[in-house]
Ligand binder design. Structure first.
Ligand code: SMO
Length: 723
């Protein structure tokens, strides 16, 4: 369905390159089949890897016989855990403090921890030969007596990290409260599902005894550093190239054991090696998202003022810890109480090791969970107290005068006008009319609901690098330490550089993603690319222009390289309104319309921002009504293909209306905030709230996620006022 897009206030767009919506310069190449993804990299003579994976969720490896596999036609080598047991561990970001028990072998050694864990690997001349030979491998697994934990509330779960933040006096807030509401949310475990599966191609470089690694990754420099560490190689001998990346959504932020193996094998065999995951392999062993269990209590005064918040977040991390394993648990807690003015709070967050695929960051990475919990509390309180939920939000939002708003969690809301955003949304969505229409339709027997999600989107701290070179012929080359996961960095960085230099867009070429040619950098994650990566481009352009005496056509090439350090975290925010209808006969939920107000700070390219919002809404809609990875009681993944795991399709999308507001962030040079995750944060909360609103007249008080037809139908049948 169509998208309506407007900028508020309307005169906010000028004629500079920033703020325009030139078409994405990468698109023609990509939609005409001229993209170069990892699988397109030609490596004649490369060996193909096939992994043999654990069929059980726990157990001792009693034997591993690869002789028969080695004897097959085309097979060059076969390895088991013992061959790679000496390799170093994958690094874990200690954002919640030191992480306990992170060890994870590249190939299982001694025991297995989850279904799908790689146990052995075959290398052959073709992918088919490697796969077929894998069938001959004899792995003897003794799974008697193994104890497994699959869900975050499993008592047997081991906790690798935990944290608690208190501010003010939450005990007193709850003692003084006139109303207390409680909410529990079980977030379905999700498959990030980028279009392009994980893929790696490694070329052994005999001259320098080095490796060139084409990797579908969001973080090429980190991958290079980690690979060098794990293999005990000089980083100068490892070059990582992220070519076109077909989506990532957090799944490609961390390095995987399969990828480490491919690189090790190339070095060991002194031959090129490649591996492309199948969709089922990704569903089984790439990192999952969400799966958290969140509980919250909100204390309110007689008039609806929020007095205090308690929250308990439990996050499954899976059988091994990805680099970003602690991020969802961190974000889901530290973002609370989101856009609301609550001084007294007590927030606890805990990671739980589970015998499943790893759970890591997935577009939103804790932000959707925080927004969902907070917004469910808000609308539950509104229903209980019979206050309009928008009015309840209005009286509790942090005011612009209170910014920057610092919290003991380390979060600092930098800027924005939340109350104005709410009022713009209420007007744009014709909220009062929508409420009247809802009553009218209810009178005619329809099940319809309206729900909102007000959210914040922190978009990263730290640094990014950039280099800008001015050529005598007036052309400009921008090199960024950031990278692209398909989200239009070539276009946005070109606009930013052209704007700063005062030149035409067509003069600017943008390069990134190659550790040999790009300055050391962070990458494409955490909604940080524009705010931090873009500000680095501004700074480098300014410096280059200074160096050239202000001339865009210097006598010789002039280059400036910078490492830009962000002055803090920029917080995007928005409010989404979902209007839904439920078929009383079947329970099928239809999102009829989604109205979105987003403040992403300075808008670089409104069309691309809208694309991010729309794509995020599609994924958020999947999270709310369709998607769930399911393990059975033995730890078998029973949603192992896209026949069993329901991704949203074009026909599931509602009419989307996007309204852009722009409050420049004071913490970076561009005044930009993130937008990459907005849709995945606002949409699920709004849809879930709308479902409760729709079903409240029937007496439904609890609804599982996702809101499948089956789940809703059952809720209707078991409600007090069943039809
Ligand atoms: S979930 Mo993101 O790629 O930081």
């Amino acid at each position: 369905m169509a998208t309506i897009s407007r900028v508020y206030p309307q005169d906010a767009v000028g004629s500079r390159p920033i703020g325009q919506s030139p078409p994405r310069r990468e698109d023609h190449r990509l939609v005409t089949g001229r993209g170069a993804f990892v699988a397109d990299i030609a490596l004649p003579d490369a060996l193909h890897v096939s992994f043999i994976r654990s069929p059980v969720a726990g157990g001792k490896i009693a034997g591993c016989d690869l002789e028969a596999a080695r004897g097959r036609d085309g097979v060059v080598a076969a390895f088991h855990g013992g061959h790679v047991a000496h390799l170093g561990d994958l690094a874990v970001n200690p954002i919640l403090g030191p992480v306990a028990a992170t060890a994870y072998p590249v190939l299982a050694h001694d025991h297995v921890l989850a279904v799908g864990q790689p146990v052995a690997a075959i290398l052959a001349e073709t992918a088919m030969a490697a796969h077929d030979a894998g069938e001959m491998a004899e792995i003897d697994l003794d799974d008697s007596g193994s104890v497994a934990c699959f869900t975050p509330d499993d008592e047997s779960g081991f906790s690798p990290f935990a944290k608690r933040w208190r501010q003010g006096d939450p005990g007193r807030a709850f003692a003084d409260a006139d109303h207390i509401v409680e909410v529990e949310v079980r977030h379905p475990r999700l498959a990030p599902s980028p279009l392009e599966n994980r893929a790696i191609a490694v070329r052994y470089e005999p001259d320098e005894e080095g490796l060139t690694v084409w990797l579908s990754t969001q973080t090429p420099h980190r991958a290079r550093t980690e690979l060098a560490n794990i293999l005990a190689l000089d980083p100068a001998r490892v070059r990582v190239v992220a070519p076109d990346v077909g989506g990532a959504f957090g799944l490609k932020a961390s390095l995987y054991p399969e990828e480490v193996f491919a690189v090790w094998a190339a070095f060991e065999l002194r031959r090129s090696v490649r591996w492309t995951a199948s969709r089922s392999e990704d569903l089984l062993s790439a990192s999952h998202g969400r799966g958290l269990l969140t509980r919250g209590r909100l204390a309110l005064s007689e008039s609806g003022v929020f007095l205090g918040l308690e929250a308990e977040i439990t996050a499954p991390v899976g059988c091994w810890l990805t680099n970003s394993a602690a991020i969802p648990a961190w974000n889901a807690a530290r973002i609370l109480p989101g856009p609301y003015n609550i001084v007294d709070f007590d927030l606890r967050t805990t990671g739980i090791r589970t015998n499943t695929a790893p759970v890591g960051i997935y577009r939103g990475a804790g932000r959707p969970e925080a927004a969902m919990l907070m917004e469910r509390l808000v609308e539950e309180a509104a229903r209980r107290m019979e206050i309009d939920p928008m009015e309840l939000r209005r009286i509790n939002l942090v005011s612009p005068a209170a910014m920057p708003c610092r919290r003991t969690t380390g979060a600092t809301l930098d800027s924005g006008n939340y109350p104005e955003a709410l009022s713009v949304l209420v007007k744009s969505a014709a909220y009062a009319d929508a409420c009247r229409a809802r009553e009218r339709r209810r009178g005619q027997g329809e099940i319809v609901g309206i729900g909102a999600g007000f959210f914040v989107e922190p978009c990263g701290t730290g640094w990014e690098s950039a280099a800008v070179r001015l050529h005598p012929d007036g052309t400009v080359v921008v090199r960024s330490g950031g990278s692209s996961q398909g989200h239009g960095r070539e276009t946005a960085f070109a606009q930013i550089a052209a704007d700063e230099l005062g030149c035409g867009l067509e003069r600017v070429t943008v390069q990134f993603g190659d550790t040999r040619d790009s300055p050391e950098g962070i990458g494409a994650l955490a909604s940080r690319s524009t705010a931090i990566g873009g500000s680095a481009v501004v700074m480098a352009a300014r410096k280059a222009l200074e160096k050239s005496g202000g001339s865009l056509t210097p006598g010789c090439a002039v280059e400036a390289s910078v490492r830009y350090e962000s002055g803090g975290e920029a917080w995007g925010y928005g409010c989404y309104l979902a209007q839904i209808a439920i078929d009383p006969e079947t329970g099928v939920l239809t999102v009829e319309k989604m109205t979105c107000l987003d403040d992403v700070g300075t808008l670089i390219n409104p069309k691309m921002a809208e694309g991010q919002i729309r794509g995020g809404i599609a994924q958020g809609l999947g999270e709310a009504i369709l998607e769930r990875l399911v393990y059975d009681d033995d730890g078998q993944l029973i949603t192992g293909s896209l026949m069993d795991y329901a991704l949203p399709r074009a026909a599931d999308m509602p009419l989307v209306e996007v309204i852009h507001m722009q409050t420049a962030s004071p913490v970076n040079l561009l005044g930009a905030k993130g937008v990459g995750e907005a849709g995945t944060i606002g949409a699920p909360a709004a849809i879930y709230n709308a479902a409760f609103d729709a079903l409240a007249p029937l007496g439904v008080t609890s609804l599982p996620l996702p809101l499948t037809a089956c789940a809703i139908w059952q809720a209707i049948q078991s409600s007090d006022n069943a039809l």
